[in-house]
Design a protein around this ligand. Structure first.
Ligand SMILES: Cc1cc2nc3c(=O)[nH]c(=O)nc-3n(C[C@H](O)[C@H](O)[C@H](O)COP(=O)(O)OP(=O)(O)OC[C@H]3O[C@@H](n4cnc5c(N)ncnc54)[C@H](O)[C@@H]3O)c2cc1C
Length: 385
C-alpha cells in the first residue's frame, strides 16, 4: 500500500534513512530495554529532528504537518518515534513563547544535535490528569526560582539535556481561574540532576525511557522562565496540541504498518486449503481498521493545518489523537489475531508494535478525557468533574 501526497519527498528520504535500521535493530533494542541511540543520532544528523526550527536558527523551518510526516514514517517503517518525538512537540512551546534570547541560546545547538530538548515534565503522581492541581512549586528568590515537588512518567530524561517543566508559581487558592498561576521553565538537566533533581527510572510494558522525578530545592535561573509568569498552562497547551497531533500521525504510521503486514500474511497463509484472507471473517476487521485509519488521517491533516496557521486546534488535535489511537489499536488487534500463534513470536515484531501502539489509549491523554473534553467544550454538556 503506497500513498502519494505532497510530502512524498520527505516520506522517501525518511524511509531511506529508516531502511538502515531494519526490524532486527528495533527488536534487539526492545529486548535489551535499550535506547535506539544510533537511530536517533542518524535522524538528528540528517536534520529531521530540527524540522520545526526556523532556518535563521539552523533548522529547516517546516511546519507541524511535515513534522508529523517524519514521525508517521518512523512508525510506519517499524520503528517507534516515542524515542525522539519530544523534541518536535517541545519545540512548539519554545518557538511560540520563548524569548529571542532563549531561542538564540538553545535553538542553534538543538539544530546541530549538540543539545537535546526531548523532555516535558507535566504529570504528577497524586494529581494525574487533573493538571491544574499540580503540587510542584517554583518560588522566586532573587534571580532564581526554587523548585520543590514530584513528577512521574517523564520520558527521555536520560537522553535529553533540557526539559520543559510546568510548576505552580502562585498557589491554587490565590488565583481566580485554576488554569492561572502555573509557569513553564527550561530546566538544564545537566546542571539539575544530582543538585536538587533526582531521577528514578520506571520499567514499563513498552520499552519507553520514562522516569519519576524528585525536586528538592532545585534552583533554576529566573531567565529560564518561558513567557510571562502565571501563564504557563496556556503556553503548554500549544505543546500538548502539537504532541497530540504528532502522536495521531505516529498511530497512523503504526496502523498502516499493521495493515501492510496482515494483508501480506493472510494472502500467503493457507489453512483449510485456501489463503485465510479469502474468508470474510478475516477480511472485514482488516478493512474496517483501514477505513477508520483513513478517516483518522483526515482529522490529523485538519489539526496540522490549524496548528500551522496558529488557529485554535485543541478540538481537532484531541479528536485526531482519539481516532488514530483507536484505529491503530484495531489494526494491531487484527494483525495479531490473523497471525495466529506467530503474532506472539517476537521475531515477527507484531507483539512489540502491539504494545507500543497500546500506550496511546492512555498517554499523553486518555480516551476518556478526550471524550469528556468534546462533551463539555464542544457540545456544551454539563461538566461532571
Ligand atoms: C510510557 C509513558 C510515558 C509518559 N510520558 C510522559 C511525559 O514525558 N511527560 C508527562 O508529563 N507525562 C507523561 N506520561 C503521563 C501520561 O500523560 C499520563 O499517564 C496520562 O495523562 C494519564 O494520567 P494518569 O496516568 O495520571 O491517569 P489518571 O489521571 O489517574 O487516570 C487513570 C484513568 O482513569 C480514567 N479517568 C480519569 N479521570 C477520569 C474522568 N474524570 N472521567 C472518566 N475517566 C477518567 C482514564 O481512563 C484514565 O486512563 C507518560 C505516561 C506513560 C505511561
Amino acid at each position: 500500500m503506497k500513498h502519494t501526497d505532497k510530502y512524498s519527498d520527505i516520506r522517501d528520504a525518511v524511509r531511506d534513512l529508516c531502511k538502515e535500521f531494519p526490524d532486527e535493530y528495533h527488536r534487539k533494542i526492545d529486548e535489551q530495554r535499550g535506547y535506539p541511540e544510533a537511530f536517533v543520532n542518524a535522524l538528528t544528523k540528517a536534520g529531521w529532528l530540527a524540522a520545526l526550527i526556523p532556518e535563521e536558527f539552523g533548522g529547516s523551518g517546516l511546519g507541524l504537518a511535515e513534522a508529523s510526516v517524519i514521525m508517521e514514517e518512523i512508525n510506519r517503517s517499524g520503528g517507534n518515534s516515542g524515542a525522539c518525538h519530544g523534541q518536535m512537540y517541545n519545540m512548539g512551546t519554545l518557538l511560540r513563547h520563548g524569548s529571542q534570547a532563549q531561542k538564540a541560546k538553545y535553538l542553534p545547538k538543538i539544530a546541530t544535535g549538540e543539545l537535546r530538548l526531548q523532555s516535558m515534565g507535566v504529570t504528577e503522581p497524586t494529581t494525574g490528569t487533573d493538571t491544574t492541581k499540580i503540587k510542584t512549586t517554583a518560588v522566586k528568590k532573587g534571580d532564581r526560582y526554587v523548585v520543590n515537588g514530584q513528577k512521574v512518567w517523564i520520558s527521555r530524561i536520560q537522553h535529553s539535556d533540557l526539559m520543559i517543566l510546568l510548576a505552580r508559581t502562585t498557589p491554587l487558592a490565590d488565583v481566580k481561574k485554576k488554569s492561572e498561576g502555573m509557569s513553564i521553565f527550561i530546566v538544564d538537566l545537566r546542571d539539575a540532576i544530582g543538585k536538587g533533581l533526582a531521577v528514578r527510572p520506571i520499567l514499563n510494558m513498552v520499552n519507553h525511557e520514562t522516569n519519576e522525578l524528585f525536586f528538592e530545592n532545585l534552583e533554576i535561573p529566573a531567565e529560564n522562565l518561558i513567557g510571562e509568569e502565571g501563564q504557563g498552562f496556556k503556553y503548554i497547551l500549544d505543546g500538548l496540541n502539537a504532541e497530540r497531533t504528532l502522536i495521531a500521525a505516529e498511530c497512523i504510521g503504526d496502523g498502516y504498518w499493521f495493515i501492510d503486514r496482515v494483508t501480506k500474511y493472510v494472502k500467503e497463509r493457507v489453512v483449510f486449503g485456501r489463503p485465510i484472507g479469502q474468508n470474510q471473517g478475516v477480511q472485514f476487521p482488516i478493512a474496517e481498521s483501514y477505513i477508520e485509519l483513513e478517516a483518522a488521517n483526515l482529522m490529523r491533516w485538519k489539526a496540522c493545518e490549524l496548528f500551522d496557521a496558529c488557529q485554535p486546534c485543541g478540538e481537532q488535535a484531541n479528536m485526531a489523537k482519539y481516532l488514530a489511537a483507536k484505529a491503530s489499536w484495531e489494526a494491531a488487534n487484527a494483525c495479531l489475531q490473523f497471525h495466529g500463534g506467530f503474532g506472539f513470536a517476537c521475531e515477527y515484531d507484531i507483539e512489540r508494535k502491539f504494545r507500543e501502539t497500546r500506550l496511546y489509549q492512555v498517554a499523553p491523554i486518555s480516551t476518556n478525557l478526550i471524550l469528556s473534553r468534546v462533551a463539555t467544550h464542544v457540545l456544551d454538556l454539563s461538566k461532571s468533574f
